[in-house]
Design a protein around this ligand. Structure first.
Ligand code: ADP
Length: 384
């Protein structure tokens, strides 16, 4: 069956047309077509909104489909708030709920809702499923999601930790438990999703019990362009002493900080190359990023009462062996030992890179959010 996977960003739309068996398993060549539409709604762009972008997608797919029809669509939606703790079959009420959550993700939820409405208009009989970045983290206990601020900020404004990258953390948890031959319900581990955005999740009994991103994806680890954790007083200080506006600070922390702010490069490959050739800022940036990550791993080892695995995934986690080494070299106190050879070997498979003596296995697992969304879509929309 054919599943259209839609990932609406604030000004972009990525899609994949995937072919699955009736059991929701990938066929041999699962990606039938894919594409990316960028600069939606930006000055000079021919595409004004996500509804129009989806019309383009429908037109682009016409040739590929060649008379076949799409069986269901699965959409990635950034924010499900506390309303969604699992993927959901789309109804008008679900679309309204996604719209109502817009204050939590003002750049992402409105275009997603627009995309859902546009597809319903285009193909009225098409079953649609929404998969949320936040929902996997709804199992976090209050001690992990509550901030130490007045409780009314939570009750009145919804201010709490939500966490993101849930689809990936969920998928990789399952892959790792299977790889280590541990039943998922009993699995305890630390998942490190390291892409342009990066987050760590503490997994207990196969479920999220803590995660490094917070109310927004700005919190936690050092990322390509995002700062991760910092003292919140810095914001007030920059406003009152240096004339910054809140909007400027928000932009700098989200788009000009992290690896970019420290080293001048967002791409991990460039940062590693620069450090290799003796660039001191690049070296310092890598140390800040790997040190911060190692501290999270130590903290989450406590949070899960002893991790059974430390797992690297996403662009950097899967590919940047020198960065993995920098992190793992800091984990001697946890009894982590890895094989330099296994670490540098390239592969698309789930693999262990620690030595048999390591007190905690270290695993590299490939994530595939589109595949997970397609599988969830089949499960909810078609197999009932
Ligand atoms: P996104 O969050 O956009 O999905 P990805 O998961 O694709 O991001 O990760 C992007 C990051 O992965 C970039 O920083 C890129 O430099 C890094 N990356 C990809 N391939 C390699 C590689 N071979 N070595 C080092 N870093 C890599």
């Amino acid at each position: 069956m054919l599943i259209l996977v839609i990932n609406s960003g604030s000004s972009s739309l990525k899609y994949q047309l995937r072919e699955l068996t009736d059991d929701g398993v990938d066929t041999a060549e699962p990606v039938v077509a894919k594409g990316l539409i960028e600069r939606i709604g930006q000055p000079g762009s021919a595409i004004t909104d996500h509804a129009q972008a989806l019309e383009h997608v429908a037109a682009e797919l016409e040739d590929v489909l060649d008379g076949r029809s799409i069986d269901a669509a699965g959409h990635r939606v950034v924010h499900g708030g506390e309303r969604f703790s699992a993927p959901a079959l789309v109804t008008p009420e679900v679309i309204r709920a996604i719209d109502r959550l817009a204050p939590l993700a003002p750049l992402h939820n409105p275009p997603a809702a627009q995309g859902l409405r546009a597809l319903s208009a285009q193909w009225p009989d098409l079953p649609q499923v929404v998969v949320f970045d936040t929902s996997f983290h709804q199992t976090m206990p209050r001690q992990a999601w509550q901030y130490a601020v007045p409780t009314t900020w939570y009750t009145d404004y919804g201010i709490r930790r939500y966490g993101f990258h849930g689809t990936s953390h969920d998928l990789v948890t399952g892959l790792t438990a299977e790889h280590l031959n541990i039943s998922r319900e009993e699995f305890r581990g630390i998942i490190l999703h390291l892409g342009n955005g990066a987050s760590a999740t503490a997994i207990r009994d196969g479920r999220s019990v803590d995660t490094s991103m917070g109310y927004t994806p700005l919190a936690g680890l050092v990322m390509g362009t995002r700062s991760g954790d910092l003292d919140p007083s810095i914001v007030a200080h920059l406003c009152s002493a240096h004339g910054y506006t809140v909007e400027e600070i928000d932009r700098v922390l989200n788009q000009e900080s992290g690896l970019l702010g420290m080293t001048g490069h967002t791409d991990m490959r460039q940062v590693l190359e620069a450090a290799e050739s003796g660039d001191r800022e690049a070296e310092a940036g890598l140390q800040v990023a790997s040190y911060r990550l190692a501290k999270y791993i130590g903290g989450y080892h406590v949070a899960v009462d002893g991790a059974q695995a430390i797992v690297f995934t996403a662009g950097i986690g899967e590919n940047a062996a020198p960065f993995r080494a920098r992190v793992l070299d800091r984990l001697g106190a946890l009894g982590v030992e890895y094989s330099a050879e296994a670490n540098t070997q390239r592969s698309d498979a789930v693999r262990t890179i620690s030595t048999p003596e390591s007190r905690i296995p270290v695993v590299v697992a490939p994530t595939d959010e589109e595949q997970a969304i397609a599988a969830a879509t089949v499960e909810l929309a078609l197999r009932r």
